[in-house]
Design a protein around this ligand. Sequence first.
Ligand code: SF4
Length: 489
Amino acid sequence: MKNTYDVYSEFHKKIDVSKIVPGYKPIIPRRQKKGSERLTNMHVRSDNMVVPNLLTGEKQKRENPLPPEFKSVLEISTRSPYCPIPFVLDVNMGKCSYLCKYCFQAQSIESLMTSFFDSENPMELRWASVEHTKKELNDVLSARGVEPDEREPMRGKCGSINETKSLKKAVAQQVPLRFGTRSENFLPGEKEHKVALMSLKVIRDFNYPLIINTKSDLIIKEPYFDIITSMGDKVAIQVTISHIDDKFSKALEPGAPSATKRWEVLKQFNDVGIRGMVRMEPCAHFLNASDEHLEKYMKVAQESGCKHFMGDTYHHTVKAQEVQSLFYDMGIDFGRMWESTSEYQILGSYAMEKAMYYAKKNGIKCGTFNYHSVPWNDDPVCCMVGDSFGSWSKYSMINALRNELVETGKPLGFKAFDDKYYGLELHPAIRQRFKDVWNLEVNNCFNPDFMEGCIPVDRDEDNNLVWQFKPELLGEGYRNIIKMYGETK
Ligand code: SF4
């Protein structure tokens, strides 16, 4: 079977997205009324954010959440049908001074749920304290290495995943901990509060597998660098870099360290043998997915010692007015970018596949969760840590299904899949959710038919769909585009 790059690279020469997706022009240009408040984003990201009360005309200052009225700083996210590494530690939620224009943290807070095998709890704004986090980490991580047989089977039982018992279940299975998912953990306040520093020490002492997601260069300063490097192959650093141009990055992510500093972070870790991987999120047409930019970007990635790249397109919940205005203010046509790049748009996947193509050309392995036109990654886990931390792909049903279908080429029904991957592990509520996704009964962009080449071919005895991967279908979407528009390049 041809690999993805052979199948798709031919389209790079034939499709010009700018000739397919029209530009947008606001009918009435936005002009801010003198004296009116302008929200910089809808969530509490800056100290001076005020919310005007329309009835009284008064301005109310939004205060940051005080530490901590929450059950736990450790969470398992319920993207379980989707995210293979759902065990997360965010020490701060709600206030991020990096102010990235594309940030969808606010939507995450509203839409993500904190259960893995059970109930749905909305995320809350919070700020972690050292004492609370330390106590919890020590308690939860002590479950590491508990034999699966000693764990109580969960089938038929309930309990919030934020509860220690459920967190320990993830730890017993050594699901890697992801540090900084919905917010940055190394913000300037860290220099004073040191919650991240303490957490790293505890995690290191437990020798627990860790993925650090960051845009900060604090981690190459001491004592951070020393602690992280002492974790050896138990740690992977993922640094998000959207654009190689420092001026453009400054406009896009005004509070974050420059792109140059972030490449330096990757280089320093890679130089001492710690896996430093670059993330491009979002990878979007009219933003950073031109051939010219991708070519330069991957060259710098290679020079920074990166052997792994991962990326994603634009989150489907982001089409919020406040986010749009931020892009229009920058002179970027949000409408056009969104039309072409939001997740599960075929052209969005095209941007992602193109980025991976340029990564490959520079000898860099790649992964994405945007499987549309990327039916397989270079690692069983889309975050590119499966080779060192073990394959956790089963915790993303879509990921596991895709790997299974591509590998076997055979039809697969839900029961066979469930028995092979989950058995007693899955809570009934999550099993039902998996089943709904499997049967295309969920109004969501990430269903199995999102993966190009995967189609339902039958129903099994329980009336669930049977899926199969058909390689001859790869490229179908792009062939249709060429049929409609001709070759635009
Ligand atoms: S660093 Fe992350 S959380 Fe902070 S503003 Fe940027 S995208 Fe949002």
